[in-house]
Write a protein that binds this ligand. Structure first.
Ligand code: COA
Length: 376
């Protein structure tokens, strides 16, 4: 008899850094930097050689994005107008690296919530927008710290890393190659954000999430059936980060702003909303799910306006907070972790049989959908 393996989500975990930066604090620091820059360059600005920097504003940030605050691992250096970047002590190879450390915290929570012994996990995928080093893989360090006997590897699909990780994990389950897979997304986005760029300095925050994807045969009684997963990528330069190991081949441009996150926010907004809304509706159709019957959408958390438009197109009406919860107001954009935080924080109240959607989208472009149903 052929065995069928059904992938489910057994549990999730979230690690949230303690430090918070409010928009008020962020803008005060940014504007102090702007004032300093303009004073230092007064002569060049007067001569028309250097462009005067413009101040940021709390009102703009909140209106344009819906973001009110963000968590970061290192608040003080990010807010110091002379630094405006994260800083922490360099760790020796014998210490757990910082990305692995927060990933392990989220992973432990997911394992505890599922009552899963790490010895029974088969694989760890570290799925995130940035890896802090080339190798060994972050996933293998996390695997080792958790005491998991199996395999691990890193994968990066920018903001869609977590949903791509979930499908990859689900495929291992479906194929019978694993029974229990941890998808860990430590997103230290404060490291790739250009805190001196007025257009985007407010966008990101730090967090780590973990999703335990398992074979239904071993999952805890309360879990989420994965009804279907779908991935899509379409090349675009509208969100880009040129940082990489070949930068040293061009030392003259190695420190320029394109080695951090840059985007054409307006274009991203306009191009990604229809692409994702269509993808969700198409995939729901393929799975025989009426999109308007979806109980909740856990969408990628980049911009409240994008989520409003996407959920409206999917549900056929303006979604309320209960139907499409927002966490970006307090977390900002946490890259691939955003939809997982929303799911983690806003799923316990759903009833058995309720169907919902975890959906991510971002650089690549990339988008991923994971339709889930709470077990009856
Ligand atoms: N403070 C005050 N004003 C600002 C500002 C700031 N920090 N940043 C930009 N502005 C000004 C601009 O100068 C511009 O002024 P103008 O109209 O006089 O030229 C105006 O505000 C609008 O700027 P724009 O950059 O077009 O803003 P926007 O409405 O597109 O909002 C984003 C910017 C980034 C919030 C928005 O485009 C967005 O979220 N896009 C989607 C991004 C996304 O999902 N990316 C995925 C990342 S993973």
């Amino acid at each position: 008899m052929e065995m069928t393996h059904r992938p489910v989500i057994s549990s999730t975990g979230v690690f949230t850094p303690v430090d918070v930066i409010t928009n008020e604090e962020l803008v005060a620091s940014f504007n102090a930097y702007v004032e300093r820059f303009n004073t230092e360059h007064a002569a060049e600005i007067a001569a028309g050689e250097v462009e005067q920097l413009q101040p940021s504003s709390v009102e703009f940030i909140e209106k344009a994005s819906g973001i009110k605050a963000r968590h970061v691992i290192a608040k003080q250096p990010v807010l110091d107008p002379a630094i405006m970047a994260p800083r922490w002590g360099e760790r020796s190879n014998d210490e757990l690296s910082i990305m692995a450390e927060i990933g392990v915290k989220a992973a432990r929570q997911a394992l505890e919530r599922a009552g899963r012994d790490p010895a029974d996990v088969d694989a760890v995928l570290c799925a995130a927008s940035n890896m802090q080093r080339a190798y060994p893989a972050m996933a293998i360090e996390i695997q080792n710290a958790l005491g998991i006997d199996g395999f691990g590897f890193d994968m990066n699909v920018a903001c869609s890393s977590a949903t791509f990780g979930i499908q990859t994990a689900a495929d291992y389950i479906r194929a019978g190659n694993a029974k229990s897979v941890l998808v860990v997304s430590p997103e230290i986005t404060s490291g790739h954000l250009n805190w001196r760029d007025r257009d985007s300095h407010f966008i990101f925050g730090d967090v780590a999430t973990a999703v335990l994807v398992e074979d239904a045969a071993i999952a805890p009684a309360e879990h989420w059936d994965i009804l279907g997963t779908k991935l899509k990528t379409v090349f675009s330069n509208n969100i880009r980060n040129n940082f990489g190991f070949l930068n040293r081949a061009h030392p003259e441009t190695a420190g320029t702003a394109d080695k951090l996150f840059v985007q054409e926010g307006r274009k991203v907004f306009k191009e990604v909303v229809p692409m994702v809304a269509q993808m969700i509706v198409d995939e729901a159709g393929r799975l025989g799910i009426d999109p308007q019957s979806l109980r909740r959408l856990w969408l990628h958390q980049a911009n409240a306006g994008m989520n409003r438009l996407i959920s409206h197109r999917v549900l056929g009406h303006e979604a309320n907070e209960d139907e499409s919860p927002i966490v970006l107001d307090t977390y900002a954009n946490t890259s691939s972790a955003g939809s997982i935080i929303a799911f983690h924080q806003h799923s316990e109240d759903l009833a058995p049989g309720d169907t919902g959607l975890i959906c991510s989208f971002g650089a690549g472009y990339s988008a991923g959908t994971v339709f889930v149903r709470k077990t009856a």
